[in-house]
Structure formats: structure tokens, C-alpha cells
Design a binder for this molecule. Structure first.
Ligand code: SAH
Length: 348
């Protein structure tokens, strides 16, 4: 654990309760103080140490010297006119920006969290990767995307999808720590059953994630049924091909018992034929899985197209072949908040 800022202070929102306890003991305090502070930070969510009224003035000033409490600034808030989706553009403490989306599902409010500033993965159809990669997000910065959206909207948030900007498994340690803090019973206490993590397929990290057996849903961005067409749209496929990826998915299921969700962004004329459906069904036969078809969302730099009708047709092909599939509801498309439309750069 470091989480030390350039000014020498520690990013307190990234510390686990155990680590905070060690820090308080080192300051000569009793253990229970750590629990009180953790509650101020993660349950009451105060912005500064002054607000922690059950601590002595002396301790508050010692804390202020040693730690900082980060916050996100809402630069822009866009509300969809079609559904209850809200897209936030946040400024991070160092001046970088990320986007976060608050969505309403049947079972409650879910936040789509960004895990990096930009992305290195280079998927051709995705806006998040176009301006390249800047840095990883800290656990505190991922948590604050949720805390800030909850405070601003007044809506209780019960779930999270790690499907915003960035590749979560490319920021593995910070993401795992974020998930620990998010689900910690003294904090937000979100069940990881209500969390999905989506990856473009960083195979070694899928094995690492399986070992942790966190109980979350793993979503795999598959988007193709053969290596040639996958490599054309996803450079990561040249590092870890479909065969290696699916072997890792089998291991994930064997270790965790969790059904895998495969995402398939449908692109007209590229991956939407009956032949594609047949190949996909053959690849997935014997898997306990589910295919989520997403008609590709428009981004201005590319010419990829699809619509719900093609998606429904592709779904029928798959179901005829015995593969369980749904067409993902597209939320927030009118505010560029749908899959693959989030960016780290913005125009004011
Ligand atoms: N980096 C992770 C999570 C980010 S995106 C990943 O690759 O899985 C969440 C999902 O949206 C991924 O399945 C991604 O491939 C998909 N996506 C990206 N751009 C899209 C677009 N323009 N239309 C539809 N889905 C897209």
C-alpha cells in the first residue's frame, strides 16, 4: 500500500479499514477511531476532516496533515430525454476527466464506472480509446464516481458495471481494491452479485480474477466468431486469441461457478451473418453462458452501423442454435452515454 500523493499525504479513501486501523494505531490512537473515520468517509461521506465531529480537534488536525480526502468535480451533467440515464463528466483532482453513467434498470439504479483515464486497447469501434491512455484510476476515484452520482442524483445506487472508460483488468490491483472497498460491510456494502466487470480479454488477468472468486459477473467482449474478424476490430486478439480466451473463461466458470456473459457488438456486414451465428454457437457450445447483443453505437470517427432489427435477427439465429441471447437495451444514446461512447476529452 502506498497511495501517497505528490505532497506526501495519503489518499485516505483508497485505504482499507485494516490499513486505516494500522495508521491510527501508529498515531497513538485507539482502534475504534479507524471505524469512526471510515464511517465518516464511506457512509456519511463528508468532504473534510473538520466535519468529523466525534473526533478531537487535535486528531482532526493530525489527520489533515497526514491524509487527503479526494473529491470529484461535476463539470457537466447530461440527462437523457428518453430514459432516466444521466451522464456525468467529472474532473479528477489532477485535472484529468472521466465520464460515468447512472442508469435505471428494472432492479434499481446502476452506475457504469470508468477504470482508467483513456484506454490502451485500441478497439476500433470504441470512442474511449481514440485519444489514447493517460493513467490508471485510483480506488478512491472509482468509488467517488458512485458516491458523487448518488449524492447529486438523490437516487440510491445498488449496482455497478465496470464498463466505462478503460480496461479494468489493465488496472487490476486498483480495481480489486475498489471492489473490496465497495463491498465492505462497514462502507457502501454493495453486494458483488450486483457488479459486472467487462474485459476485452486480458487472459492472464482472467485467471487471476478467477482465483479471487469475488462473486461478480464476468463479461467478455467477444464481438466476433473467428480470429481474423476479431483481430480486425480488436488489436488485443493478436495477443490473446479466441481459443486462449475461451479456455480462460472455462477456467473462470470452473473455479467460480458463475455464468459468463459474452458481449457481441453487432456491426452490419462485419459480424452479423447466419454464418457468424453458426460459428459463434459452435464456439460457445458446452458453455454455461449468455450472449448480450449490442447493436453497435455510433461514434463520429467511424462508419460502423447496426440497429435493433439486425440485432433481433441475429438473436433469432442464435436461439435457433440453442444459445441463450438477449439484445441489450440501449440507454442514454441521445446523450452519447451508451456503450463505447464515453470519452476522456470533452468540448466545452
Ligand atoms: N474495456 C472493457 C470495458 C469497456 S466497454 C471491455 O472492453 O470490455 C463495455 C462494452 O461496450 C464492451 O463490450 C465494449 O466492447 C462495448 N463497446 C465499445 N464500443 C462500442 C460501441 N460503439 N457500440 C457498442 N458497444 C461498444
Amino acid at each position: 500500500m502506498t497511495y501517497t500523493e505528490p505532497d506526501g499525504r495519503i489518499d485516505i479513501l483508497s485505504l482499507t479499514l485494516e490499513e486505516l486501523t494500522e495508521q491510527l494505531i501508529a498515531l497513538g490512537e485507539k482502534k475504534f477511531r479507524a471505524g469512526q473515520i471510515f464511517d465518516w468517509l464511506h457512509v456519511k461521506r463528508v468532504p473534510d476532516f473538520e466535519s468529523m465531529t466525534n473526533l478531537s480537534a487535535q486528531l482532526r488536525s493530525a489527520l489533515k496533515e497526514k491524509f487527503c480526502i479526494k473529491s470529484l468535480f461535476i463539470v457537466k451533467r447530461l440527462e437523457s430525454a428518453r430514459d432516466n440515464t444521466v451522464k456525468y463528466l467529472y474532473r479528477l483532482p489532477d485535472g484529468n476527466h472521466v465520464e460515468t453513467v447512472l442508469m435505471e434498470y428494472e432492479h434499481g439504479n446502476t452506475v457504469c464506472v470508468s477504470t482508467q483515464v483513456g484506454c490502451k486497447m485500441g478497439c476500433r469501434f470504441c470512442a474511449s480509446t481514440i485519444a489514447g491512455y493517460k493513467r490508471d484510476l485510483l480506488p478512491s476515484e472509482m468509488l467517488l464516481q458512485i458516491y458523487t452520482a448518488e449524492r447529486d442524483s438523490g437516487r440510491k445506487i445498488g449496482g455497478a458495471v465496470l464498463m466505462g472508460i478503460g480496461e479494468p483488468l489493465d488496472n487490476f490491483d486498483n480495481v480489486v481494491r475498489f471492489l473490496h472497498l465497495l463491498s465492505c460491510k462497514e462502507g457502501m456494502n454493495m453486494s458483488l452479485r450486483h457488479v459486472s466487470l467487462s474485459t476485452c480479454g486480458l487472459v492472464p488477468r482472467i485467471y487471476d480474477l478467477a482465483k479471487l472468486d469475488l462473486g461478480l459477473t464476468l463479461s467478455i467482449s467477444l464481438h466476433a466468431s473467428d480470429n481474423k474478424s476479431r483481430s480486425e476490430i480488436m488489436p488485443v486478439n493478436d495477443r490473446y486469441d479466441i481459443g486462449e480466451l475461451l479456455t480462460a473463461c472455462k477456467d473462470y466458470f470452473k473455479t467460480t461457478g458463475r455464468r459468463i456473459s459474452f458481449e457481441y457488438a453487432l456491426i452490419d456486414g462485419h459480424n452479423d451473418s447466419r454464418e457468424d451465428a453458426k460459428r459463434l454457437a459452435a464456439l460457445l457450445s458446452g458453455f454455461v453462458c449468455h450472449v448480450n447483443i449490442i447493436p453497435v453505437n455510433k461514434i463520429k470517427e467511424r462508419n460502423y452501423r447496426s440497429d435493433r432489427k439486425s440485432a433481433q435477427r441475429f438473436r433469432t439465429y442464435l436461439e435457433e442454435l440453442g444459445i441463450n441471447a438477449t439484445v441489450r437495451r440501449t440507454l442514454g444514446a441521445d446523450i452519447d452515454a451508451a456503450c463505447g461512447q464515453l470519452r476522456r476529452e470533452y468540448e466545452v
